[in-house]
Design a protein around this ligand. Structure first.
Ligand code: NAP
Length: 320
């Protein structure tokens, strides 16, 4: 079987080797699609807080068909369609995963959409519902809103009854966020223009900013939060900004950190409940996850380079 290997930091190679057998508590899965996230590029380059020993196979989320069931596993059988956050090993034709990380894929989702769902939509739901208690009728500014978690946030906010202003850097990304349900869009190139648009959108300021981007936008759009507004800190693709704390005091604002990854890893039961809620929202039509671009596994290096160069609209799923 084919898999991607990082034997040297920054270098992705495709190799052929034997498919692994599932051990106790594990499932072997024929990978139908693997989701690619910004963090994969950081891991491959050794720039992420988690540094796996070399060699390793990246790929943290997959969807596919169970091909074998390890000793002691109940509730799954060969042929079942599953999705899972697998940590590593997803960029491969076969993956061995812990059975307790697997969830059945609803009929409504094909493998590419299922494989690109968990990280983006669970982060958005955790941030907006659990961390800042978004309420129906509130207004949200979603940054980086034409891709990854930013686009998921547009859909989740709308599903929770909020109105969304989406900020993104290109016409294609802004069109994607409108298609996902944003009420209005703004070009993110000029932070002052984003602040002005957010103040107009939210009648003096928005209730929530969803920020996976950081950089120079953050301290400016913090000023576009209305009274009791909440600023969610998701990620720093444009760099880690300094926050002017006086702007947090003014209007009784809050800055709220969101570490869905660690929360999910250290609480598998609560993560499973969150994922099941998100999948229920798909099943009853409140969420219609955006179809990703589908690319062959052999394009992995190019896809990661595209993500790092901001060329990806929406998400990418690699298909072995
Ligand atoms: N806190 C958590 O629990 C959590 C969970 C998941 C992801 N994250 C983080 O969220 C961030 C986004 O992840 P993602 O998978 O959604 O990424 P993505 O699909 O690549 O989207 C990131 C967006 O950031 C914007 N951006 C601005 N400057 C950039 C730069 N220099 N390089 C790359 N992108 C830049 C781009 O939008 P524009 O072109 O429109 O500016 C890009 O589309 C990452 O930092 C990731 O680690 C955090």
């Amino acid at each position: 079987m084919v898999r991607v290997v990082v034997a040297e930091l920054g270098k992705l190679t495709l190799v052929e080797d034997e498919a692994l057998e599932p051990g106790p508590g594990q499932l072997a899965v024929a990978v139908g699609a693997a989701g690619v996230n910004y963090v994969d590029g950081l891991l491959v380059e050794g720039r992420y807080q988690i540094k796996p020993p070399l060699p390793f196979t990246p790929g943290s989320e997959i969807a596919g068909t169970v091909s074998a069931v390890g000793p002691g596993v109940t509730g799954f059988a060969p042929g079942d369609r599953v999705l899972a956050m697998c940590g590593f090993g997803g960029f491969a034709a076969h993956a061995v995963i812990n059975a307790d990380s697997a969830v059945r894929v609803p009929d409504a989702l094909d493998f590419p959409r299922a494989a690109t769902f968990t990280q983006s939509y669970c982060t958005a739901l955790f941030a907006l519902r659990e961390r800042v208690g978004l309420r129906a009728g509130e207004s949200v500014l979603s940054l980086g809103a034409g891709s990854g978690v930013g686009l998921a946030a547009v859909q989740v906010a709308k599903a929770l009854g909020a109105r969304v202003l989406a900020a993104a850097s290109s016409p294609e990304k802004r069109a994607a966020s409108l298609a996902a349900g944003a009420s209005e869009v703004v070009d993110s190139a000029d932070p002052e223009a984003v602040k002005k648009a957010a103040r107009a959108f939210g009648d003096g300021g928005v209730d929530v900013v969803f920020d996976p981007v950081g950089g120079e936008l953050a301290p400016v759009v913090l000023r576009a939060l209305r009274e009791f507004g909440r600023y969610t800190v998701i990620g720093f693709t444009a760099g880690i900004p300094a926050v002017p704390l006086n702007q947090v005091l003014l209007r009784n604002r809050s800055v709220v950190g969101v570490d869905w990854g660690l929360w999910a890893l250290t609480g598998p039961d609560r993560q499973r409940a969150l994922l099941e809620d998100a999948l229920t929202m798909v099943a009853d039509g409140r969420l219609d996850p955006v179809a990703p671009q589908v690319r062959p596994l052999a394009d992995v290096a190019e896809v990661i380079a595209d993500l790092q160069a901001r060329r990806v609209v929406g998400k990418v799923a690699l298909v072995p």
